[in-house]
Design a protein around this ligand. Structure first.
Ligand SMILES: [Zn+2]
Length: 162
């Protein structure tokens, strides 16, 4: 005897949990798995599964994005460093036309590097109970800050350099 997918789907309980993160109380982060009463047994806060599901889905989306945060910061760092080399090269050549052109590119690159470096800071929006789901290694705050700093110097130092 076998069942079709449709029949299996009908057997599935409607409140089945489909996220890798556990359902948690919004107030005390107590794991609400398997509770029939919609009230947190730990702190007494009432909840609805709809609300819990929406909140956990949002947090899960953030943890997935953070998995790329270190790579983003590294890309931003390379962009910022390349921009510095480009500025140095333009300075060396000393052409006004080239400097103007490089300047525009560097401003765009600096903005990109700033945004890429800032991704690691989103770790603060992840509640502590969900941080173990961010992936390994965790977001490198120091790398992100270094990228952001280098990106910011690109906005100001050319004013002195040229
Ligand atoms: Zn609670």
């Amino acid at each position: 005897m076998s069942m079709t997918w449709e029949e299996l789907e009908r057997l599935r309980p409607t409140d089945e949990w489909r996220y890798p993160l556990p359902p948690t109380c919004r107030k005390c982060a107590y794991n609400l798995t398997g509770l029939s009463e919609q009230r947190c047994p730990e702190c007494g806060t009432p909840f609805t599964w709809r609300e819990v599901r929406q909140r956990v889905r949002r947090i899960w989306g953030m943890t997935l994005r953070l998995r790329h945060a270190n790579q983003d910061a590294m890309t931003g760092l390379i962009i910022a460093l390349s921009s510095w080399f480009a500025l140095g090269f333009a300075k060396l050549v000393g052409s006004t036309y080239l400097t103007g052109f490089v300047w525009i590119l560097v401003m765009i690159a600096a903005l990109m590097a700033l945004v890429l470096g800032s991704q690691v800071l989103n770790v603060r929006r992840i509640p502590s109970w969900a941080r173990s789901f961010m992936g390994d290694p965790p977001p490198n705050i120091a790398l992100g800050l270094l990228t952001m700093f280098l990106a910011l110097t690109l906005f100001f130092v050319p004013l002195i350099l040229f």
